[in-house]
Design a protein around this ligand. Sequence first.
Ligand code: SOE
Length: 385
Amino acid sequence: MTKPVRVGLIGYGFMGRTHSNAYRQVGKFFDIEHTPVLQACCARSEDKIKDFADNWGWESYETDWRKLIERDDIDLIDITTPNNSHHDIAIAAAEAGKMVLCEKPLAMNTAEAVAMTDAIEKAGVANMVWFNYRRVPAISLAKQLVDEKRIGRPFHYRAQYLQDWTIAEDVPQGGATLWRLDAKVAGSGVTGDLLAHSIDSAIWLNGPITSVSAATETFVKERVHQETGEKTKVEIDDACMFLARFANGSMGTFESSRYARGRKNFNTFELNGEDGSVFFDLEDPQILQYFEYANPTTGQKVEDHVTGWRRIHVTNFEHPYMDHWWVPGCTIGYEHTFTNALADFFQGLDSGKPTQPDFRAALETQKVCDAVLQSAKDKQWVEIA
Ligand code: SOE
């Protein structure tokens, strides 16, 4: 029997579109009891949100998120607005007893993330944070290989997240589209925006991070602010590199920049263990590279003239999520990671086994982000509590 979940989506930008698409697709591709109803969307600009609602098939719209939360025909609030609004919206939604989904990073900082997690847990409402890359089938397969103990004792974790869209000095900060460059709205630069993804994947694949040592740089010191038209100091990190120690004894390196010419959304990681390694690159998203040194069933070590890295084309029915899409060999893309995430969320409601990452998991990522920024400021290692 179908159980409708009436969704109220806040925000109509890039993420508003990816989520709307996922709500439209999920019930068609996944066998789920709880299915979304596109009940209402919300943004301050009436013209924009009306067009958005028409385009994506939302049944109604609001221009004040508090009104949306007050509506008794809404079961779930989905937050896709800029980072400085996540805290207030999430807490109000939880207190109103709504389920809450929130875009990453969870909050502007750890203090906010703690308050949000407390409110969510006190209300006991279903929740999830949209770290969508976990739902790339090749990344989920990497997690499966780790869980199957094919990697063995881990030694190294290496992540890069590179883009190049802020190199030009005349890119303004602030405003509707470029809020990611405004620290007052975004909280931080690449650390919260890009490394949060890398940290979430790292914790998922390799366990908790216990300490970090970081350096950040802001290459363009002043930019015109879109709202005031005035040149003001840029307070975000344009690039960030950090060393990490994991609780399992392995070491990590993380690098992120929006000044890596030619790199548009280059999100990679490699995990090296005693028995094997995995490597992933979002610019080659269907492929998981795997080096097998020890046979997982016999335990036999293999290194001979035909041993080498395998490029596993993650498009078979045996691979995570793929049996829900097309036929073997037919690829899926970026937008499907959001649909896969939503399917996991609704399956969690169906089974009563909550899905991950929830607010508490995202709080751990937030703590690492804050420790990274603190370390860069103090020029010393920072432990994560
Ligand atoms: C930044 O350019 C951005 O849009 C991030 O905000 C997203 O989280 C990332 O997945 C793609 O890049």
